[in-house]
Design a binder for this molecule. Structure first.
Ligand SMILES: [Zn+2]
Length: 437
């Protein structure tokens, strides 16, 4: 018998959600974890016949599953939750969000990041990709909370509250890269905001830094019809995707967020260049930007992840809700109930999301993977009976059902109690912010 740090045991285990059928799970499942790594997973019978531990974490009504990956957000925007609803993207951004962001300070950003981390842990998210201002403070908060983070300082042509211009933000990106390059939980990315808020020269500088360092690039692209029209007008008829290609940005290091309005040629180009896409269905719906052609992207072989986007256009950071939405919206659009299955939706925020962000050792419960694991409680009236745990997670579960959260072998929440964040203090600060505005 081999000794491990902890064995998790639950009524069900979802190891790697299958995109094509509702398999990839078993009853009475268990996971053996040692040194933050998954040593083995399978039925309790299999695991208990090979491994021993003084720490058996048993949830009789629990679904053990990979932690969820929120592949695109702006975490501190939880501070703007509900300040400007029901507006088109351009008016929302230019008349409400940019003016509100002009008053941001590093302290406010850190407060927002902590509130966001608490919300994400409660929703079963173990990793997130963040683009914002004063990103250094967000990385500190996430690392302290024990979450896995991809982080990039937002890069624009115009001055941001954090930096005078995009080149200073690029320097900050390099500084963060050197500071965090050996950290287990942190990956720094280069985050030009959009093709229309960055000049071609600045975008080229981003591409060059990526080529030189191997860093990933994250950018919003092809989010609206307006953007598509503007870019085509300014750049000789090129679509936003083709325009980024002309600047050397389209490659396997690029994460293209939104892609609501790519044409068939763009989809081919994204697939050929092995670009990953992040689909943010609720944010795109709320801003009436449209719906990304996810079935066509998946069909073309584009790794497509899910993200909430910022809470100001969502208005929460709940990946369980995002999965439910993505599985339904494409059925409605295509008239095909088989389109985006529950397994496909779940893989878009676990294994496929990890692949999209360039990590094959998270997003699944398999030997050799990092132990980023959540346990969802079935002991609730909306969760019984349970015939298929994948269906239950995608179509029935809510944030309140997430019971335990582990990242890299460390518990961040046990029995719905956050262990790395002082939730009460954060709630009080966030509540008083709204009262004083
Ligand atoms: Zn965004």
């Amino acid at each position: 018998m081999e000794s491990v740090d902890i064995i998790l045991r639950g009524e069900f285990l979802i190891s790697t959600p299958s995109a094509h059928d509702n398999s990839g799970w078993c009853r009475d499942g268990a996971v053996a974890v040692r040194g933050g790594e998954i040593v083995a997973s399978g039925t309790w019978e299999e695991i208990s016949s090979r491994y021993v531990s003084g720490n058996i974490h048993y949830r009789q009504s629990g679904i053990i599953m990979p932690g969820l990956v929120n592949a695109h957000t702006h975490a501190p925007m939880v501070l703007f939750r509900g300040i400007a609803d029901d507006l088109p993207l351009k008016a929302w951004l230019e008349e409400h969000i940019f003016p509100a962001e002009a008053n941001l300070t590093p302290e406010l950003v850190s407060l927002g990041a902590e509130l966001a981390c608490a919300e994400m842990i409660r929703c079963g998210t173990t990793a997130f990709a963040d683009m914002y201002l004063f990103e250094t403070g967000i990385v500190d908060v996430a690392a302290r909370a024990g979450l896995r983070i991809w982080a990039g300082e937002g890069i624009f042509d115009f001055p941001s509250p954090a930096f005078k211009n995009g080149y200073q933000a690029l320097e900050e990106t390099e500084r963060l890269f050197s500071k965090w390059k050996d950290h287990e939980l942190v990956t720094i990315t280069i985050d030009p905001h959009t093709p229309y808020t960055c000049s071609p020269e600045l975008l080229k500088a981003c591409a060059e830094l990526s080529l030189r360092t191997g860093m990933g690039v994250v950018t919003h692209v092809a989010e609206t019809v307006w953007e598509d029209r503007e870019i085509r007008k300014k750049h000789g008829g090129m679509s936003p995707v083709a325009y980024l290609d002309s600047l050397g940005l389209l490659n396997e290091r690029l994460v293209a967020v939104h892609c609501v309005v790519p044409d068939a040629k763009d989809i081919r180009l994204l697939a050929d260049r092995r670009v990953s896409v992040v689909h943010c269905p609720e944010s795109n719906l709320k801003l009436a930007s449209g719906v990304a052609p996810v079935p066509a992207l998946l069909e073309a072989g584009v790794a497509t992840a899910l993200g909430t986007d910022g809470a100001a256009s969502n208005n929460d950071l709940n990946m369980l809700g995002e999965m439910d939405t993505v599985a339904k919206i494409h059925k409605g659009i295509t008239g095909n109930p088989e389109c985006v299955s529950a397994g496909e939706a779940l893989s878009m925020c676990t294994s496929m999301a990890a692949d999209a962000l360039g990590r094959t050792d998270i997003g699944r419960i398999e030997p050799g993977c990092r132990a980023d694991i959540v346990i969802v409680d079935l002991d609730a009236v909306h969760m019984r009976p349970c015939f298929n745990p994948v269906s239950q997670i995608v179509y029935a579960a809510g944030p309140g059902d997430v019971q335990d959260v582990m990242v890299n072998g460390r518990f961040l929440m046990i029995d719905r109690k956050l262990l790395t964040i002082d939730e009460r203090a954060i709630l009080e600060k966030a509540a008083s912010l709204a009262r004083s505005s």
